[in-house]
Design a protein around this ligand. Structure first.
Ligand SMILES: [Zn+2]
Length: 499
């Protein structure tokens, strides 16, 4: 798509005021925080675990005791650099950490260690499906704060386990123009970070959090006042908050009363009421009194370190989708489903390398393996936890293709493999899943199924082949699902014709 056509289409898609019919443009920038999947925190040796006993994972460094000296975690730096490379950013050879000062009960130091004017990387971005490129301004590293828990009656509790857990914060340019573009960008961002192994990006556990900066304007106008909506923890909330806030701002401007116009502020999304509410007026950078952290030396990232991280990058989802469609002949939908999680994409590719047909592997992964996640008998909360190797799925598919077992028996077999951890061949015999090829036996089942079915028989004879399906089921059932389906159909047809 040409960029002009693209821009025109998006202009068309702005927000149309219900009251006046005026078309408004929506201007959105996103700030996304990801918790890096390191063993230890950003500046100390504490091993963070989600859900641990409150305040059980702390030390003098992460609780900001006087005299405790922070030391940068190299693993966090490596994951941050890898993510930057995957997003096409320019990694800086020199950057630094700054202190961002503010007072809150979950921040005992009185400042957060972050990066202000010299982030470790700039530039980069993500291309959306319709061709638009959403630019990243920068990504910086910072430590998380602890957690204040307000819902315990009249008390506020403080848990410092999360204090100093490593984060990367990515900031986009204001290139996004709708809720749909925002959610597509986020989904793509999340996929890329997960593929890099840098973060779980689990919004429920708070390892991916999103702030939205949003304003509206009329075409050709300069930017108007932007409002920040903080701490959105699901894609659905991001979309709903953008839609609500767009309508609120447009209504405020169209009221014509400057007292009602949007002001620069931070708002929170209330998912119960479906509205945004004022949290506080927005701080400016000078309110934080940033200065270089004197306890931490400047960060130097040499070329060798960058190249090492670059060489450890996996093939990214967009490239895999392209390959699945062009080289393997899968549909765009299949390619998208298979690449949404790296474990699934890796499993699928391993099956194909072992000789599985791409379309069959794709179908069986989506129809059978996905259903096992959360199945009470299987005990797997995620795809990763299903006890199966690519070799197992390929063996089942081969047995079906060679006619040793039926498709239905294949499903039974696959579940048995997952439940017992044993191999396909030994289970086929033990479970008696081999296909029945014995035509005499099949004919006996067919004759039994035809008894008293005169109406169906008449239908088939009068040229309604679909009527046969009503007989096919009972025969397969009588055979325990093991009769050769082709032989059953042929036998039923022949017996009816002979009647
Ligand atoms: Zn610590």
């Amino acid at each position: 798509m040409s960029s002009t056509g693209d821009t025109l289409r998006l202009r068309e898609s702005g927000y149309v005021s219900k009251r006046t019919g005026t078309r408004w443009m929506v201007v959105i920038g996103l700030e996304v925080h990801c918790q890096l999947k390191t063993r230890t925190k950003l500046f100390c040796g504490c091993e963070y675990r989600f859900g641990a006993e409150p305040n059980s994972i702390t030390c003098p460094k992460c609780t900001g005791q006087p005299g405790a000296l922070p030391v940068l975690n190299r693993e966090a730096l490596a994951l941050a650099v890898r993510t930057a490379l995957a997003l096409g950013c320019e990694v800086k050879e020199k950057s630094k950490f700054d202190r961002k000062h503010y007072f809150y009960c979950d921040l005992p130091k009185g400042y957060q260690i972050s990066q202000y004017d010299q982030p470790y990387c700039t530039g980069g971005g993500i291309r959306l499906a319709h061709g638009k490129f959403v630019r990243l301004t920068r990504i910086h590293m910072e430590e998380d704060a602890g957690k204040a828990i307000h819902d315990r009656g009249d008390k506020t509790l403080v848990d410092l386990n999360r204090a100093s857990v490593p984060l990367i914060e990515s900031v986009t340019e204001a290139d996004i123009e709708s809720a749909a573009e925002a959610t597509e960008y986020l989904a793509s961002f999340k996929e890329i970070v997960q593929y890099c192994g840098a973060s779980d990006c689990d919004m429920e556990k708070g390892t991916l959090r999103c702030d939205v900066n949003i304003s509206v304007r009329l075409a050709g106008e300069p930017l108007r006042t932007k409002v920040e909506i903080k701490n959105l923890n699901s894609f659905r909330f991001v979309a709903a908050a953008i839609e609500y806030e767009t309508a609120r701002q447009v209504e405020a401007y169209e009221s014509g009363d400057p007292a009602q116009f949007p002001v620069q502020e931070t708002r929170l999304w209330d998912p119960n009421l479906g509205v945004t509410r004022t949290m506080r007026s927005k701080e400016s950078a000078h309110d934080y009194r940033y200065f270089a952290d004197p306890d931490l030396p400047p960060i130097r990232i040499d070329r060798a370190f960058i190249e090492r991280e670059r060489s450890s990058l996996p093939e990214l989802p967009a490239s895999r989708r392209e390959r699945y469609e062009s080289a393997m002949g899968l549909s765009a939908k299949d390619a998208r489903v298979l690449t949404a999680e790296r474990v699934v994409a890796d499993f699928f590719e391993a099956c194909v390398r072992l000789g599985g047909k791409a379309k069959d592997c794709s179908n069986w992964i989506q129809n059978e393996l996905f259903c096992m996640v959360g199945d009470a008998e299987i005990n797997a909360a995620t795809f990763d936890e299903i006890q199966i190797r690519p070799h197992d799925l390929v063996s089942v598919l081969e047995l079906i293709e060679k006619g040793v077992i039926q498709g239905n028996a294949g499903r039974t077999l696959l579940r048995a493999i997952v439940k017992t951890g044993r191999n396909a061949k030994s289970l086929v015999t033990e479970l008696g899943l081999e296909q029945v090829q014995d035509t005499l036996q099949i004919e006996t089942w067919c004759r039994e199924a035809l008894v008293g079915k005169d109406k169906i028989i008449a239908d088939v004879k009068s040229g309604k082949p679909n009527a046969l399906n009503a007989l096919f089921g009972p025969v397969m059932k009588a055979s325990g699902g093991k009769a050769n389906a082709q032989v059953v159909r042929e036998t039923l047809q022949r017996l009816i014709e002979e009647m």
